[in-house]
Ligand binder design. Sequence first.
Ligand code: R5P
Length: 269
Amino acid sequence: MSMNWGMANRLARIIKPEDGRAVMLAVDHGYFLGPTSGLEEPRKTIEPLIPYADSIMLTRGVLRTSVDARADKPVVLRVSGGTSILKELSNEDITVSIDDCIRLNVSAMALSIFVGSEFEKETLVSLAKLVDEGEKYGIPVLAVTAVGKDMARDVRYLGLSCRIAAELGAHIVKTYYCDDFEQLIESCPIPVIIAGGKKTPEMEALELAHNAVTHGAVGVDMGRNIFQSDSPVGMIKAVRAIVHENVSVKEAYKIYESAKGAKPKRAAG
Ligand code: R5P
């Protein structure tokens, strides 16, 4: 992809050029979920995790109130919203001006697309408009493939959403891990990052992260499986080791366990 210097520089702050990988901490959930479990007091959740994230993904409200401006951590700003869990989720619009994105010194802007949902067209046109704005100032756009209620999270559907995001000009796309993930990667010409999804046991979340990077994702943008864990710092350290150091799931789990302060289980016999 040919791109201007500012765009390339911002992208390099998110996807580390040393290994082409990214650990993004997702703490934007409140934009439609309100006080999400584990994120009731954003500053308390975010502060201890920041050192282990390459970038943080959040809304401007949480950024301004809950993150130290001197934190020197690349920001992926959630710029779509206008909905809540009480209504049709796909009815999103762009909620932050490009001027404020520049003022906040963001490294990328994130917007959800809802392929197959009621407001599919509006969200796709918003993506295209956001890309136009971003291109003017060298700010990359991360498209988030949001999954509607009745949509299967399979390679056919997610592959469709990711490809459309790329075709409309997104610079990175965030999606879910699925079976035959390599097919999705092959048919998507931009870097793919995976979301963690609902909280699962720590071992499963680490397997997900491992599978995703092994099969071609540049990294993870994980939220609930980190901040809802009994050891958020342990989990982000473990995820980081998988993404940047290619450690096995077993090794990563040990990192999580030792951060939690739990004694490793004794071998049987
Ligand atoms: C969801 O709409 C948000 O964009 C989240 O940032 C995303 O789903 C990643 O968080 P989690 O790992 O909790 O799914």
